[in-house]
Design a protein around this ligand. Structure first.
Ligand SMILES: Nc1nc2c(c(=O)[nH]1)N[C@H]1C(S)=C(S)[C@@H](COP(=O)(O)OP(=O)(O)OC[C@H]3O[C@@H](n4cnc5c(=O)[nH]c(N)nc54)[C@H](O)[C@@H]3O)O[C@H]1N2
Ligand SMILES: Nc1nc2c(c(=O)[nH]1)N[C@H]1C(S)=C(S)[C@@H](COP(=O)(O)OP(=O)(O)OC[C@H]3O[C@@H](n4cnc5c(=O)[nH]c(N)nc54)[C@H](O)[C@@H]3O)O[C@H]1N2
Ligand SMILES: [Mo]
Length: 760
């Protein structure tokens, strides 16, 4: 906690002066110089660098300031004046740093030197890069490759990610969990099984062509604020925006464009949602079923009266499979059950469905509110059912718009970071690099957590991120790190994962994307893929935080050369000298998606890697888009019981994942603390609790009945009954490792069974 706690409803729109103030606070807190302002001007521009925050699209014709409050914060946070030097580690023992908050650890600044943990003094000590690579390589050589994990957070470039995945496979494993496993893996698995393509199907320009948007469980005001302007433009064009979210998120209610002098000076704002449905956490399956039921009903009625059909039977006959069973299931569904499970009334769902039934082109947007549930796949299947009814995929202005998280998380999967053999061009790799890639399935994030808890992991090497903090069940996972032989973290800033040291432990500082990356052939460009499957070049220009830093490709090459026998087909050193050679290798491995890669990387607006479903090519086993009858009525994966609440873990406006910029969640009116439990007023009355009182959240799942997060302040909040909101990652100890999405294994962080206990 950094400042005075203040909890007061915030009434201003998203964007506007509030976002300006948010930016200036970050500039001050990072002592950022004029270069930060200069970099903001280059952010997300064709000749600039691609934002290190989210994966939102980079338009071909950017605005003057193509960055948002949170992208601006991310830039200032990376090019901060603060440094975490060897002197810092001399001063602070690891045992002491363990008591620091996530905010304070990263606030210490950019890491500058390679460091090795010394258990005797409980300190990190500076080492040379040569020593670090030599020891890491020697240890990795002695490990059973099947017990080595190579984690990747979704920020690393396509070049880095390709080298990373190749290094793992050359070593003999594909234990390649990545942040996507905690995020949109439900999209990868769910969309692939229904429409063949594992990613969104829309183009950026489809927002100019749609006439309705159905918007589930994504918070653009905080997590993708550059989306707010297209949304406001949609509203101004008369597009209906129908939102499903347990919380009233300000960015979905109204927005003032900070780049519009008129709006800024007059205080005018544009409303966003035309309907806002506060669905229960885990209630989307029922909400979608209710809407499907109504559309089927309207279509049946039209059929009887000879009026034009409401459902696109032509599309369904030509392109899909399984419609009749879903239509029949919807006809038979009981409104009382739908209302109970969704927390929404029949009237509300029918009026939402009426918008859908008359819209000619619908985009469906979604985020973690659908993917992070035990039955997240069923959420997506229901979304697909809904969209197929009127052929809303593969036509202008229509399709799926999952909003991805990390700036290159989608791209990492494209270039081989996956534990699944069927997604890897094994024969091509074999030919290209002359080795036999492993074909047994590797560990994903849940697999890695289970192996960790069972003490099966020999080495854990992380390309960025804060794995230990982002994963579930810290109670079981945190103590397990001490039993890992080798932990290695390639990172820009200090975080808690670096303090949970293995028997041998290295912390390797790298360049950030905004920094100039000088190699033998000159300064280098890297590439990213955004939420719209478009690929862009990104060039850093800022002087590196220290001259002792290496680039991520150089660090991977250093470790790989020390670990693997020489292979003339894998020219690590030449790749590091010239990243365009890595792009050539990527093009050879994935010729369809990366044709003429080096030529096209500076095309304004990026180049499109191609998504078959966007052309109505269904690469499913049946060759058709699949309807699926839901087997469950909600996505929680547990029974309702008296006293059991659904915990929804949330991001504040002042964080990027486990990076906590500050303690001001402006839109929710919570300042100075993250130790809160947001609850419905009626639940408080029923439990005899007062607003502002201190409570504990206690696990209520067979696997974590003794997990607790203590000392939370109750905030009476506009949230459906039976739900409680708390912050991620503070509430992660309450999520059991086993509580994850079926099939995709994404931890089910949006409905966790908990009980609320009054503090004594
Ligand atoms: N500033 C900033 N930007 C970020 C991030 C960040 O932390 N900070 N993180 C990045 C990453 S990695 C990701 S994955 C994305 C995450 O971006 P989002 O997908 O927006 O993720 P969350 O904020 O976790 O949750 C999204 C919304 O889901 C709602 N929700 C919860 N449960 C349910 C439910 O059962 N049904 C429905 N319909 N809604 C529900 C919540 O109220 C919340 O508004 O953002 C990326 N961008
Ligand atoms: N309860 C709950 N848990 C969740 C979620 C949730 O909604 N609820 N969301 C999940 C999601 S969607 C995600 S994506 C994960 C996030 O999990 P991660 O991606 O592992 O976590 P981050 O917080 O993004 O990682 C921050 C760290 O990345 C490092 N870093 C920053 N920039 C760079 C760089 O350029 N290079 C390198 N090498 N390192 C860098 C810094 O050291 C920083 O401390 O968390 C998941 N966990
Ligand atoms: Mo994410």
């Amino acid at each position: 906690m950094s400042e005075k706690v203040e909890i007061k409803a915030y009434t201003a729109p998203a964007g506007g002066w509030g976002s300006m103030k948010g930016l200036s606070q970050t500039i001050r807190s990072q002592r950022a110089g004029p270069e930060t302002i200069a970099e903001w001007a280059r952010q997300n521009k064709p000749d600039g660098f691609m934002c290190v925050s989210c994966a939102w699209g980079k338009p071909a014709h950017p605005t003057v300031a193509e960055f948002c409050e949170n992208g601006g914060k991310a830039t200032a946070w990376e090019i901060t004046r603060f440094r975490t030097t060897p002197a810092f580690f001399q001063k602070h023992r690891v045992g002491d740093l363990l008591s620091w908050s996530d905010h304070d650890l990263e606030q210490a600044g950019r890491l500058t030197h390679p460091m090795r943990y010394d258990a005797g003094s409980d300190r990190y000590l500076a080492v040379s890069w040569e020593e670090a690579f030599a020891e890491i390589g020697a240890k990795l050589k002695t490990c059973d490759p099947k017990k080595v994990i190579a984690y990747a957070s979704g920020r690393a470039s396509l070049e880095t990610s390709y080298m990373w995945a190749l290094f793992a496979r050359l070593h003999g494993h594909q234990n390649l969990p990545d942040s996507s496993n905690m995020c949109h893996e439900t999209t990868s698995v769910g969309l692939r099984s229904c429409i063949g393509s594992p990613v969104g199907t829309i183009h950026f320009t489809d927002y100019e062509k749609c006439d309705a948007i159905f918007y589930f469980g994504q918070n653009p005001g905080v997590n993708s604020p550059r989306f707010l302007r297209p949304l406001a433009e949609c509203h101004q064009r008369g597009v209906d925006i129908v939102v499903f979210n347990p919380l009233k998120e300000r960015g979905l209610e109204r927005f003032t464009d900070p780049q519009s002098p008129v709006e800024m000076l007059t205080g005018k704002s544009t409303p966003i949602a035309s309907q806002y449905h506060q669905v229960k956490a885990g209630g989307d399956i029922a909400a979608l079923l209710g809407m499907i039921k109504h559309v089927v009903h309207l279509d049946d009625r039209a059929h009887e009266s000879g009026a034009p059909a409401v459902i696109d039977h032509g599309f369904i006959g030509q392109h899909t499979r399984g419609f009749d069973a879903v239509a029949q299931h919807a006809r038979e569904a009981d409104w009382a059950a739908i209302e109970h499970e969704s927390g929404l009334t029949r009237d509300a769902l029918e009026s939402a469905a009426a918008i859908y039934a008359r819209a000619k082109a619908v985009i469906c947007v979604y985020g973690m509110g659908l993917t992070q549930h035990v039955h997240g796949i069923t959420n997506l299947q229901m979304l697909v059912n809904f969209m197929l009814l009127r052929g809303n995929v593969g036509k202008p202005g229509a399709g799926f718009g999952p909003v991805r998280g990390h700036s290159n998380v989608q791209g990492q999967r494209t270039v081989g970071i996956t534990e699944k053999t069927e997604l890897v061009p094994v024969e091509q790799l074999k030919k290209q690099f002359g080795f036999d890639p492993p074909t047994d399935e590797g560990w994903d994030t849940v697999g890695a957590c289970e192996a960790l808890v069972k003490r099966e992991v020999q080495a854990f090497v992380a390309l960025g991120g804060n794995f230990a903090r982002a994963i579930p069940d810290h109670r079981l996972t945190e103590p397990a790190w001490a039993d890992v032989d080798l932990t290695v973290h390639i990172a820009t800033k200090l975080n808690r994962s670096h303090l949970l040291t293995g028997r041998t432990c290295y912390l390797l500082p790298c360049l950030g994307r905004i920094e100039l990356d000088r190699q033998k052939t000159g300064s280098q460009t890297v590439t990213m893929e955004d939420s719209f499957s478009r690929i862009y070049g990104s060039r850093g220009r800022v002087e590196p935080a220290a001259d002792t830093l290496l680039s991520e490709p150089a660090i991977i090459a250093g470790i790989a050369r020390a670990t693997l026998p020489p292979n003339p087909k894998v020219p690590w050193e030449e790749w590091v000298a010239d990243y365009s050679l890595v792009r050539d290798a990527i093009e050879t491995t994935y010729p369809d998606q990366f044709a003429r890669f080096n030529e096209r990387l500076h095309v304004p607006g990026g180049f499109w890697k191609g998504v078959p479903a966007a052309h109505r090519q269904w690469t499913t086993p049946s060759g058709r888009a699949e309807f699926n009858v839901p087997k469950v009525m909600n996505s929680t994966g547990f029974e309702d019981q008296v006293g059991r609440m659904r915990l929804v873990t949330l991001r504040s406006n002042d964080q990027f994942n486990t990076t906590i910029y500050g303690y001001d969640d402006r839109f929710r009116g919570i300042k100075g603390t993250r130790q809160v439990a947001l609850m419905n007023r009626l639940d408080l009355v029923e439990m005899g609790l007062r607003d502002g009182e201190t409570v504990h959240l206690v696990g209520d799942h067979g696997d974590n009945a003794d997990a607790r997060v203590e000392g939370l302040r109750v905030v009476a909040y506009d949230i459906p009954r039976g739900c409680v909101g708390g912050y991620y990652p503070e509430c992660n100890p309450l999520i059991p490792v086993a509580h994850h999405a079926e099939e995709s294994h994404v931890p089910a962080a949006k409905s966790v069974p908990v009980r609320v206990e009054r503090a004594a």
